[in-house]
Design a binder for this molecule. Structure first.
Ligand code: NAD
Length: 467
């Protein structure tokens, strides 16, 4: 099948092509169209032309379009899920979950309405907060949840009356392109468009005077570039960036119960989750038992091509990330003790068996940096205050989790963690109707829920004297 970009209502070829690699085989899956700067300019101009009519529609009018797209996604669930597994690597059941979650995100936002709010009403005055859309939005996504991340940007942008250009990561463009093909049948020209690049159009979008808002999810390093390139145009933006979430196991936790949940939180999507558990702190007296349990779970995991039945952990999404993880493992072997995993898997795919590491110093790169893969350091603590201080001693502040037999105690400890989200006795749970966003270098702004949707609008205070 030939994939095409959606620009100004037309499905078009790219100015060039790029090779999409299947991470389970390390071989080319297909070619994708690659846009150049001229095509990006065409898309921005088309979005600008489409904006006046689209923004004048009511929420109820726009709702119909979003629901039609959700229907179209659900009608193609198997095709989209298979393609997602092939380009991203995740096991097919998880890919199916992501596709259905994408449809759900469009349905959730389809139902939202931003009503004007009366801020003050007296015999003398009425003060109202209204919200109006911004213009053309750039939705820039990473490669870990290619479809869902696009949906969490595109759906709130569209329902609030903006036009949107979806730009996936260069290693996972195919499902976004297919989404564009579905959208081509539904939306007016220029309202929803797709652009694929080779990491070279992001700055054009984020610095362009006719892009009103950048909704960016990706690494902290790239997020900083986006922040600086939006400055000249005083552009609005949301940055959802990296994390290095600590899980703190309290001394009253039941290891048999907690270990599988910690393992899932650290290895779901091969650990390539922004709010994955990226380091574990446990009381020194519990560390042997916890490492035994995590090691067993790692040895039992079914690692393989996500299209194969029974596989629970797919490959790492791309070669650069795979090599980065091998580097962390090599260093961990020198500085700590590998409890399980740590060996490459035979073949050309980018597979890494879940790896549990203990006895690392706090300044090991695997502890300090975001590994973004199924390689988990487990660290001992003697004093809870010290564990909390070590958890907070990070430039990141995305998530974190506390594990305890006493949920109130868990919540009390969670209240001392400096991050945007803290889980208690669970992890990797981001409901659509709950706002999500990072502290410190993990981001600026909020995504999801009504708060995330409001970011795609400008507040206008209308202040009227009645007498
Ligand atoms: P990345 O920063 O390399 O790329 C993200 C996107 O930015 C891609 O579409 C890329 O093409 C684009 N890009 C590259 N250069 C750009 C520039 N100068 N201006 C604008 N855009 C540019 O990130 P990645 O490696 O694809 O994703 C992994 C990272 O994403 C991890 O750090 C992870 O924690 C983070 N992430 C965060 C969240 C969150 O919600 N906080 C969610 C998922 C992933």
């Amino acid at each position: 099948m030939a994939y095409r970009l959606l620009i100004d209502g037309e499905l078009v070829e790219g100015a060039a092509q790029l090779d999409v690699i299947n991470p389970a085989t390390g071989r080319s899956l297909t070619a994708a169209p690659r846009a150049d700067a001229a095509q990006a300019e065409q898309a921005i101009a088309a979005g600008k032309r489409a904006f006046p009519a689209w923004s004048k529609l009511t929420f109820a009018d726009r709702r119909v379009y979003l629901e039609k797209l959700a229907d179209a996604i659900e009608a193609q669930v198997d095709t989209l899920a298979r393609l997602l597994t092939q380009e991203q690597g995740k096991p097919i059941r998880q890919a199916t979950g992501e596709v259905l979650g994408t449809a759900k995100a469009f349905r959730y936002y389809a139902e939202q309405v931003l009503e004007p709010r009366i801020l003050r009403e007296t015999a003398q005055e009425r003060i109202i907060e209204q919200r109006y859309p911004l213009g053309v939005v750039a939705a820039i996504a990473p490669w870990n949840f290619p479809l869902l991340m696009i949906a969490l940007k595109v759906a709130p942008a569209l329902i609030t009356g903006n036009c949107v250009i979806a730009k996936p990561a260069p290693t996972t463009p195919l499902t976004t392109l297919l989404l564009g093909e579905l959208a081509a049948e539904i939306f007016p020209a220029g309202v929803f468009q797709t652009l694929v690049d080779q990491n070279d159009l992001g700055s054009l979008l984020s610095s362009h005077p006719d892009i009103a808002f950048v909704s960016f999810t990706g690494s902290t390093a790239t997020g900083k570039k986006v922040l600086s390139s939006t400055a000249d145009t005083l552009k609005r933006f949301t940055l959802e960036l990296g994390g290095n979430d600590a899980a703190i196991v309290l001394d009253d936790a039941d290891i048999a119960k907690v270990a599988p949940r910690l393992f899932h939180g650290a290895t779901a999507n091969s650990g390539q989750v922004c709010v994955a558990i990226k380091r574990v702190y446990a009381p020194r007296s519990m560390i042997d038992a916890l490492c035994d349990a995590l090691g067993q779970l790692a040895r039992d995991a079914a690692v393989g091509d996500g299209l194969e039945q029974g596989v629970t952990i797919g490959p790492i999404q791309n070669k650069a990330q795979f090599e980065k993880l091998l580097g962390y493992i090599a260093e961990a072997r020198e500085e700590g003790t590998i409890v399980a995993g740590g060996e490459p898997v035979e073949g050309d795919g980018y597979f890494i068996r879940p790896t549990i590491v203990r006895d690392l110093p706090d300044d090991a790169r695997l502890v300090r940096e975001e590994q973004f893969g199924p390689v988990l350091p487990v660290l001992a603590y003697d004093d809870l205050d010290d564990a909390i201080a070590r958890a907070n001693d990070s430039e990141y502040g995305l998530g974190g989790s506390i594990w305890s037999g006493d949920v109130e105690r868990g919540i009390a400890v969670a209240s001392r963690i400096e991050s945007g989200n803290v889980f208690v006795n669970r992890s990797v749970d981001l409901p659509l109707d709950i706002p999500f966003g990072g502290a410190k270098h993990s981001g600026i702004g909020r995504q999801q829920a009504v708060e995330g949707m409001e970011d795609f609008t400008q507040a206008r205070i209308v202040n009227a004297a009645l007498a």
